[in-house]
Write a protein that binds this ligand. Structure first.
Ligand SMILES: *Cc1c(COP(=O)(O)O)cnc(C)c1O
Length: 372
């Protein structure tokens, strides 16, 4: 456990994982160079099949980012101007970006004290214009999706899961992405399953949605140069698919390691005046992020930085207080829980190759800062 322990702790470090997968990664990329099928090549098709099987859904369509997967899901469901889509105030801006991209209006709701979107808040936000619900499995924990599906079914509205932080997460034996009619994954490098650049995947239970998104990602083509729908380019690169095919068989092992490290954090932070959302009882949280809450968040962050321990904040402002979204017209105070979490949340270092001794260093730093 003494390797790479010079006392500093990176927030995320991808080097060890890349090294551990050599020479397979280099061979996979070289095979693409040899074949030359850079656009919608063999690895894209195979990775789509493998990822669909992994998620337990019949269809998967590779795209160029998580944002594109969300946007194309909404387009395939014919959500557009005049429509409303419900999502949460405490998330990454991509969820709302996809809604705005199709010309619809994002309707935000507050979360509970653990940062999870509440089915009751979703029900209260329904209007005759609601055309989709987009819950987020934030930080790697599946939200209360079964109750949200019941609200959605009652209203006759489709659910698009934002599973961009939840590759492999489980709830009652089902994977993230297998509940709604369509779901989006991101392969941004630091995600639990990451490419060497941008990439994303739309998974769906609907053949019609899959076919529509296949067309939309590739210039609206039905057959070569027969453009029958909106001509966009949102294809997943073959090289990225080749890399992701090497990584996918390791995902469950990496997620198990994240759970082990999260348990270690909980144990080492026990008794301190901080809040940690409880471990998920019915499901398997995959800890894309390990987040604590403290009223002294900024002081804590500075104290850790002084020990060369990197941390993150997810996210420093809820969506309704972002400059880019001020036209939505939500005032400060509109979503008090999301606002409090933005002020108090601190994300601790978390990646599968992290050493247990590094968890102990982080915990020691927090203990010292709170004592001082
Ligand atoms: C990463 C992320 C996205 C978008 O993914 P990109 O691939 O960066 O477009 C969307 N939603 C959430 C919650 C994310 O964390």
């Amino acid at each position: 456990m003494t390797t790479a322990l010079n006392g500093s702790v990176r927030f995320v470090d991808l080097h060890a994982q890349i090294r551990s997968l050599q020479p397979a990664l280099t061979e996979a990329v070289q095979a693409v160079l040899d074949r030359g099928d850079f656009i919608l090549g063999k690895d894209v098709e195979l990775f789509e099949q493998e990822f669909a099987a992994y998620c337990g859904v019949p269809h998967a369509v590779g795209v160029d980012s998580g944002l594109s997967a969300l946007e194309l899901a909404l387009r395939a469901l014919r959500v557009g101007p005049g429509d409303e889509v419900i999502t949460q105030a405490n998330t990454f801006i991509a969820s709302v970006g996809a809604i705005l991209a199709v010309g619809a209006r994002p309707v935000l709701v507050d979360c509970d004290g653990d940062g999870v979107i509440r089915p009751g808040a979703v029900r209260a936000a329904l209007t005759p214009r609601t055309r989709a619900i987009m819950p987020v499995h934030l930080f790697g924990r599946i939200c209360d999706i079964e109750a949200i599906m019941a609200v959605a079914d009652g209203a006759g509205v489709p659910v698009v899961e934002d599973a961009c932080q939840a590759h492999g997460a489980l709830l009652n034996g089902r994977r993230a992405g297998s509940f709604g009619i369509a779901s989006a994954f991101s392969f941004y490098p630091a995600k639990n399953l990451g490419a060497f650049g941008d990439g994303g995947m739309l998974v769906t239970t609907s053949r019609e949605v899959a076919d529509t998104v296949r067309q939309l990602r590739n210039y609206g083509q039905k057959t070569k140069y027969q453009h029958v729908s909106l001509p966009l380019n949102h294809r997943l690169d073959t090289i990225q698919a080749a890399v992701l095919r090497v990584k996918l068989p390791h995902l469950d092992g990496w997620n198990a390691r994240r759970q082990y490290l999260a348990d270690a954090y909980r144990e080492h932070l026990e008794g301190l005046p901080i809040r940690i959302a409880p471990a998920d009882a019915e499901g398997r949280h995959v800890y894309h992020l390990f987040v604590i809450e403290s009223e002294q968040r900024d002081r804590l962050r500075d104290a850790l930085q002084a020990r060369r321990i990197e941390t993150g904040i997810h996210y420093p402002a809820p969506l309704h207080l972002q400059v880019a979204l001020k036209d939505l017209g939500y005032p400060a105070g509109a979503f008090p829980t999301a606002e409090r979490l933005a002020a108090e949340s601190l994300s601790l270092p978390m990646y599968p190759e992290m050493a247990l001794a590094q968890v102990e260093l982080v915990a020691e730093g927090i203990r010292a800062a709170l004592a001082g």
